[in-house]
Design a protein around this ligand. Structure first.
Ligand code: NDP
Ligand code: OXD
Length: 309
């Protein structure tokens, strides 16, 4: 079987030995060095080739995303007969959980206020309310959102979650669908977005949702940049509706140099690093999917193209 590794972000020198550990006879080529595109059976991909896309490989049998999110693959353009799997990897879960715990605690403990006070040499106490009185609301209760909801519940916060289909999760008040959004949001003090980007979720972090939150809520967006209507955020902060935001993802990445988020005192910017997959933990799942594709079986974590995730 011949696999094409196609990513400008991930390191093939890290991935290839891990993949070969689980399938020693796997042949791997690394984009853009491809001997014969017709020989490629499988692609492990973050972004497809800019010119020609996946249509360059006429005998492709499986597409394995290097991302947990797959919107960057432009699902509408994909050949429908080739199965696509998103990345589910314990390494991603751990790094996303750690990032969100850091961001939630930072907002909760008012660490930004202390950072603001330090250059002014101001000694100002801020004692937060008990954690049980602070509600963290997680949008998206899948692999990553489910893990984050559990981690913040373990810390003692009151936790709510929102998903497409109804769920029952220990220690998490669960809401679903558009019908459940207002009730979910109305008591969410710290909002974490871990949704996939689909036509339904694009632009969901916008003024109407901000107005459903309690005044002074905090926002953490680790889903995709286009979940947020960027033009709505600074006015919501200036109006006091949103107190502060931590953003890891943006409509345009890298965030343009002249973007006002870079310098806003209430906005923390990180460069799409909330979670990172690890070849050592992800390779077994990727190889299992190559075997499944060759056997004509359903992939693990196969994307439902119509649903968009
Ligand atoms: P999953 O597919 O496991 O979970 C998605 C969750 O979102 C599910 O609970 C799903 O509901 C819910 N959902 C989907 N559509 C809607 C909707 N219209 N309304 C309400 N809920 C909805 O995804 P993961 O947890 O693995 O990943 C989530 C996202 O995190 C990725 O798509 C990606 O965008 C982002 N991500 C960001 C990273 C970063 O570094 N910043 C790294 C990795 C991922 P249901 O359970 O009912 O299906
Ligand atoms: C992903 C990402 O989707 O890194 O895995 O954003």
């Amino acid at each position: 079987m011949k696999l094409l590794f196609c990513s400008h972000l991930d390191d093939p020198n890290e991935w290839i030995p891990e993949l070969k550990k689980h399938m020693p006879d796997l042949e791997v080529e690394v984009w853009p060095t491809v001997k014969n595109p017709a020989d490629i059976d499988a692609i492990l991909v973050w972004l497809p080739p800019a010119e020609g896309g996946l249509a360059l490989f006429p005998n492709l049998k499986v597409i394995q995303s290097l991302g947990a999110g797959v919107n960057q693959l432009d699902l509408k353009s994909l050949p429908r007969h080739i199965p696509l799997a998103r990345l589910v990897d314990p390494g991603l879960n751990v790094s996303m959980r750690d990032y969100c715990v850091w961001a939630v605690l930072r907002h909760y403990r008012g660490l930004d206020r202390h950072a603001e006070h330090q250059p002014q040499k101001k000694w100002v106490y801020y004692i937060p309310p008990p954690k049980s009185a602070v509600s963290v609301g997680v949008m998206g209760l899948g692999e990553l959102g489910g893990e984050v909801a559990k981690a913040v519940a373990d810390l003692g916060f009151s936790v709510r979650g929102w998903s497409r289909s109804p769920k029952t999760i220990d220690r998490v008040a669960c809401f679903s669908g558009l019908g459940g959004l207002r009730e979910f949001a109305s008591s969410t003090d710290i909002l974490v977005c871990l949704l996939p980007l689909t036509p339904e979720t694009r632009g969901i972090l916008a003024r109407p949702l901000f107005e459903m939150l309690p005044r002074g809520a905090k926002l953490i967006n680790v889903g995709r940049g286009d979940h947020l209507v960027e033009a709505d955020l600074i006015p919501a902060i200036e109006a006091g509706q949103i107190a502060s935001a931590t953003l890891d993802v943006f409509s345009h990445e890298p965030l343009p140099q002249d973007h006002p988020f870079w310098t806003h005192p209430k906005i923390t910017v990180t460069p799409h690093v909330a979670a990172f997959g690890a070849a050592v933990s992800a390779a077994p799942v990727v190889i299992e999917n190559l075997r499944r594709a060759m056997a004509g079986k359903r992939l693990l974590n196969q994307v439902d193209i119509d649903r968009g995730y």
